[in-house]
Design a protein around this ligand. Structure first.
Ligand code: ADP
Ligand code: MG
Length: 448
């Protein structure tokens, strides 16, 4: 009986929080999502809510965790901690060897598709390799080993491969699992006491026989002690590979930098296709922001999109986080998303702006026009060089707070020359689409 009271209180408290949010006019969409959280038993001073799956839990936690925490605090009138739990994803919920339910195949997140993956130079290799895998699973690019820093889209691509293969071949048996789950599952097998043999058979059936496509996310999560897991994976890998079953692996580093993977496995990875994914360039970041905004039924003003894309450079997850934060603040406060609102809402979460200095602008401009820096500065009046120099001066003036004399000192010219060049390019930037493109291309390279 001691736990019944906190549960009833939890319901009461959560209802108050939801009413409060409704009173603030938050969107139907958000209300619908939060409505899926259910209070479960917890100790006093804590509200424990369970989401129907980890995707929803993570999403709510990332975007609304802090806001909900604050609100809870004020509704409870006392210190009250919020804890978000999740029901296990479908593939852990005991449907291991039953055929996947339509639309919700084992372990795949339907929200990650190729259709909503924005292409750019930084990910085109991975994208085309992944497409090849979907067209001819097990035949080309096998194994496919995708690596790159965190937050650049590896998991997205991996799920997209699974979703696409199932779209093309409904009967394909696709298994997606991350390195840690694979390890935990195998450790549970080895600790099953007198049922170990039986469990091992089940495990092997699941990953070696009842599997046409194995998608293993984050293989770097295997730590030194997981010797048996690695051995089991080695055997699994061989059997699938010899049976011409497709294997795709992701990792935050290339195979040769994985400390805990044996040489023989690394060698096998090297025999397939290694594809790396890099941080996206400015244009791609803009594209991703707009795409994500669209999927949330929102048009992001251009200046807001540029502001966010210029500031968040290295990680798409953070880019999306910034967008989600804008939407969350908008939902809660009803303030329209403008540049000013974005600067305010994101002031504590964005990395500091990259400092552009005259040297970096000079270098980037010289590279763009295919000239050595020295030639850009001192190359005389030849038309092409003079034009490049004028654009560089204009960029120095518009992107930094340097004065004409300061810029003049850098270019070894007097301040009147700089002023004349800046005015000229400023006018051309309005009237000449060719010049406008040059200016914007150099700007976006500087922002990458
Ligand atoms: P990783 O697995 O490399 O850490 P994720 O696949 O989890 O990264 O990507 C982080 C977030 O960024 C996801 O929400 C994903 O949808 C998004 N994302 C990454 N790259 C792209 C892209 N090119 N287009 C659209 N969304 C992307
Ligand atoms: Mg990932």
């Amino acid at each position: 009986m001691t736990t019944a009271r906190p549960l009833a209180e939890g319901h009461e408290l959560w209802k108050r929080v939801l009413d409060e949010l409704r009173g603030r006019g938050v969107s139907q969409h958000l209300q619908g999502l939060l409505g899926q959280l259910r209070p479960v038993e917890s100790e006093p001073g804590r509200l424990r809510l369970i989401a129907p799956n980890p995707f929803i839990r993570d999403w709510i936690e990332d975007n609304y965790g802090a806001t909900l925490g604050d609100l809870l605090h004020s509704c409870a009138g006392d210190a009250c901690a919020l804890e978000l739990l999740a029901e296990p994803p479908p593939h852990e919920a005991g449907q291991a060897s039953s055929p996947p339910a339509p639309g919700l195949p084992a372990g795949l997140n339907p929200a990650y598709t190729f259709g909503n993956f924005v292409l750019g130079k930084s990910n085109e290799l991975v994208f085309s390799a992944a497409q090849g895998v979907c067209q001819k699973p097990g035949e080309v690019n096998n194994p496919l080993f995708i690596y790159g820093d965190s937050g650049l889209g590896k998991t997205h691509v991996l799920h997209a491969i699974g979703n696409e293969i199932l779209r093309l071949r409904h009967s394909a048996r696709v298994r997606l699992i991350n390195g840690e789950q694979f390890m935990n599952e195998y450790i549970a097998v080895t600790h099953a006491g007198n049922r170990t043999l039986e469990k091992r058979e089940e495990f092997r059936y699941k990953y070696r026989k009842d599997c046409d496509v194995l998608l293993l996310d984050d293989i770097q999560l295997w730590r030194g002690s997981a010797v048996e897991t690695r051995h089991e994976f080695f055997l699994t890998f061989n059997e699938l590979y010899e049976g011409r079953k497709q294997i795709v692996i992701t990792s935050d580093r290339p195979p040769h930098e994985l400390p805990d993977i044996e040489e023989r496995l690394k060698t096998r990875f090297q025999h397939g296709l290694l594809a790396d994914i890099q941080p996206p360039a400015f244009e791609t970041r803009l594209g991703i922001l707009q795409k994500k905004a669209q999927s949330r039924k929102l048009t992001l003003p251009d200046d807001v999109a540029s502001f966010v894309a210029e500031r968040v450079r290295k990680n798409v997850r953070e880019l999306e986080g910034a967008l989600n934060r804008l939407i969350a603040v908008h939902d809660l406060t009803r303030v329209p998303i403008t540049l000013e609102m974005a600067q305010q809402a994101l002031r504590n979460v964005l990395p500091p702006p990259q400092v552009l200095n005259l040297d970096s602008i000079l270098e980037e401009s010289a590279r763009y026009y295919g000239l050595p820096v020295d030639r850009l500065v001192r190359g005389g009046r030849q038309k092409r060089v003079a034009h490049a120099r004028a654009v560089a001066m204009y960029l120095c003036r518009s992107l930094t707070s340097s004065s004409f004399p300061e810029i003049g000192a850098k270019f070894e010219k007097d301040h009147a020359t700089v002023m004349y060049a800046c005015r000229k390019i400023e006018a051309l930037n309005e009237s000449d689409p060719g010049v406008r493109r040059e200016v914007s291309e150099i700007r976006s390279r500087l922002a990458s």
